[in-house]
Design a protein around this ligand. Structure first.
Ligand SMILES: Nc1nc2c(ncn2[C@@H]2O[C@H](COP(=O)(O)OP(=O)(O)OP(=O)(O)O)[C@@H](O)[C@H]2O)c(=O)[nH]1
Ligand SMILES: [Mg+2]
Length: 359
């Protein structure tokens, strides 16, 4: 037993219990700094994400985007723990050629959604963005309101050499955003190349933005994209453009009838909007709700998500096998020689492939 310490009468002793203000204490300022610098564990990040903490969400997405094996391991742990809390959302893909008004539309549509008590996450799939760090970041000025909106989370496209890599990262990011409480996910992609197909494969609803007056070739629109669209929204239906937009609507409606019925049993609709003037925005949301009603009732919504998951599972296996093969030291040292043998007609492509696969 310690003796009674009643000698604490001295003024000096009494002060020991008083914490000096942080600004004055070098030590406590340092310890705060250390705490901030400490990398949070996967468990900390999951807890933060489920709590709706934006910093935790951003840090976890950075891990997904990393190429470091340790980071990816941690990212996988986070994703696995967030997965049970994801899924309660609607995922909307938005595509259209450069300049059609995607960013302006997302600003208007996103602001409308947050005014309707939705929490939205805006992501992008833009494989060409490794240099520019994504179109969304580039024109954040077009999303001025959304950037400041506490109910909106905006993340530019992950950079990556391949579309497959970018698509995988975005898919995983969707899961984290949903676990963080974002119930409406908007995924933007430029309608050139194959990125719109990848986005179509990760969303519930696919929106094609168009402008009147430009032919399909001019708009870089392939038949496939129209076929994927659940709605075509003709943007810039304002000023002198209204008349042209209205006749484009008639034209597209007619064209859409030439396509076979979709397995969703949903008939794609054409609507007009002016993202700039924020007209026709609510109509798009009403249409999407209509779609959700139809597809949730007939079971397509669920079936589509299951199909997408199956596809991504197989895709991931394929990607992993490929990278394991090409990264193997033996293959690396023999591949070029086998190519040369094939070119010289000394072996067949099949024999060379068999040999390399057996290494
Ligand atoms: N008149 C009119 N102009 C619009 C409308 N929506 C967008 N614009 C203008 O069109 C231009 C391109 O708009 P963005 O929103 O940057 O287009 P984007 O599709 O995001 O373009 P990229 O990011 O380059 O693919 C801008 O100058 C916008 O102000 C609209 O509804 N009406
Ligand atoms: Mg844009």
């Amino acid at each position: 037993m310690t003796k009674k310490k009643k000698t604490y009468k001295s003024a000096l002793k009494e002060q020991e219990g008083i914490t000096p203000p942080e600004t004055l204490s070098h030590n406590s300022a340092n310890s705060i700094k250390k705490k901030r610098l400490k990398t949070p564990s996967a468990r900390d990040l999951v807890a933060g994400i489920l709590d709706g903490n934006m910093t935790a969400l951003s840090r976890a997405i950075t891990l997904i985007e990393s190429t470091n094996t340790e980071h990816l391991k941690k990212a996988n742990e986070i994703i696995a723990n967030c997965l049970p809390f994801a899924n309660k959302s609607v995922r909307i893909g938005i595509t259209g050629i450069p300049g059609v008004g995607k960013s302006t539309f997302i600003e208007a549509f996103g602001s409308y959604l947050t005014s309707q008590e939705k929490k939205i996450a805006v992501l992008a799939v833009d494989p060409s963005s490794s240099l520019s760090r994504g179109s969304i970041l580039g024109d954040k000025t077009r999303m001025e309101e959304l950037v400041k909106d506490p109910n909106a989370f905006i993340r530019p496209s992950p950079s990556g050499a391949s579309l497959g890599g970018v698509a995988r990262k975005t898919r995983e990011t969707i899961i984290l955003c949903e676990a963080a409480g974002f119930n409406t996910i908007l995924i933007e992609t430029v309608g050139v190349g194959q990125s719109e197909t990848a986005v179509h494969g990760m969303v519930d609803f696919f929106l094609l933005l168009k402008i009147a007056g430009a032919g399909d070739e001019l708009q870089g629109i392939k038949r496939g994209i129209i076929e994927m669209a659940d709605t075509i929204v003709i943007n810039k239906a304002d000023g002198n453009n209204i008349k042209a937009a209205k006749s484009a609507k008639v034209e597209f409606n007619r064209a859409l009838h030439l396509y076979p019925p979709k397995s969703s049993e949903w008939t794609p609709k054409v609507s007009l909007c002016s993202a700039l003037n924020r007209e026709g925005i609510e109509d798009v949301w009403i249409l999407i709700q209509d779609y959700l009603q139809t597809t949730q009732t007939n079971g397509y919504f669920e079936e589509n998500r299951n199909n997408q998951n199956r596809f991504w599972l197989l895709q991931t296996i394929e990607d992993r096998l490929k990278s394991k093969f090409y990264n193997s030291a033996k293959v690396k040292s023999e591949l070029q020689a086998q190519i040369e043998l094939v070119e010289a007609g000394k072996t067949t492509p099949f024999a060379a492939a068999e040999y390399l696969l057996s290494l």
